[in-house]
Design a binder for this molecule. Sequence first.
Ligand SMILES: [Mn+2]
Length: 212
Amino acid sequence: MAEKTGPPPSYPDLSAEQTQGGPSSTTSPPSYNDVTGVAGINLIVKAADFAARRHRTQKRKDHAQTPYINHPVGVAYILTSIGRVTDPVVLAAAYLHDTVEDTKTTIEEIEMEFGKEVRKIVEEVTDDKSLPKATRKALQVEKAPHKSPQAKLVKLADKLYNLRDLERSTPHGWDKKRVKEYFKWSRDVVAGCKGTNDALEAALDDIINRNL
Ligand SMILES: [Mn+2]
């Protein structure tokens, strides 16, 4: 085995970036419009790798302290297995959907590594963390109908994953009322994403009706 040679050049880990003042690149972002075949597979796998690096120290809020990366992986799998989604741009965005909101990753970095199509979707599903939580939740309901179909797909799969988690086990410090409020809020966000994917919407209707 070789000695530690530091982080790989493309997207080093965050501590390295901080000491180096962040990534600098003069090349223009790639385009993944209608990407298919090997290029599509490469885009998806690269996104999975990037998300795993960026979320590597984070845990979910469940009792089992599941690694955070299980969530984006599960969201991508919901899209392929239930939604029958095969667009590599949407699947890459699913892996990356929480990197800007929950890690130090910037939206510009997403564009440089994954192109403007993926950037647009990630941007559409990223909440503005400078706003109070109640405002962010209200904005999700308000803005959902105006999102692109690709962003709606990621949103639907994200909500389905989170509701399944919530149905399976109640997070630390949550009472029944808070769980119910979360289902109600999710129902309102999902309502704004309707007409996008029948199978995902049916699965969401089922779990929401079961819990309200
Ligand atoms: Mn998410």
